[in-house]
Write a protein that binds this ligand. Structure first.
Ligand code: HEC
Length: 139
């Protein structure tokens, strides 16, 4: 190769390298943005078209109370709730379970599930919680 040819080759090589680098950094920047877009709040949603069954799964209720709410090691069966709760009380309970801890039944729960805390769902749309409460009371 003559000297000018080497210069042209070197220039081309550098150009291609820069081009590739640019693409690489761009695609990794795009990847970094993906997890962020998945961080949309899942529980604060207010869409009115979610069924109570879907909510039970989405909010993780079934993880502790069982797929059919039959109870697990992590939480009691959700049965005959209408003997103990009104819709409003149950909705309130879901928003703030710890304020009901002194109740006799809850002392028993505490012994049965000493290491599990029923989470508060105060960040969930109240209407949705109301629907959920109604569903739980009528099943
Ligand atoms: C981390 C596990 C866990 C999750 C998740 C969970 N719970 Fe609970 N839940 C418990 C435990 C444990 C108790 C028993 C009370 C206590 O110890 O706080 C309980 C108690 C309850 C009670 C009272 C039962 C009764 O007989 O009065 C209801 C109702 C209830 N949960 C509904 C729900 C709903 C609805 C969801 C989802 C929105 C949910 N729970 C999510 C663990 C959980």
């Amino acid at each position: 190769m003559t000297k000018p040819q080497i210069w042209v080759a070197a220039f081309l090589a550098a150009f291609i390298l820069l081009f590739m680098l640019g693409r690489l950094t761009k695609s990794s920047a795009e990847e970094e943005m993906m997890p962020g877009s998945n961080e949309l709040p899942q529980t604060g949603m207010s869409s009115g078209d979610v069924s109570p069954e879907q909510l039970l799964g989405r909010l993780g209720c079934t993880n502790c109370h069982g797929q059919n709410l039959e109870g697990t090691k992590m939480g009691p069966a959700l049965v005959n709730l209408n003997e103990h709760w009104s819709k409003n009380e149950l909705t309130n309970y879901l928003r703030n379970p710890s304020s009901y801890m002194d109740n006799e039944r809850f002392k028993v729960f505490k012994e049965k599930f000493p290491n599990v805390i029923m989470p508060a769902f105060g960040n969930v749309n109240v209407q949705e919680l109301g629907k959920l409460a109604e569903y739980l009371l009528n099943r």
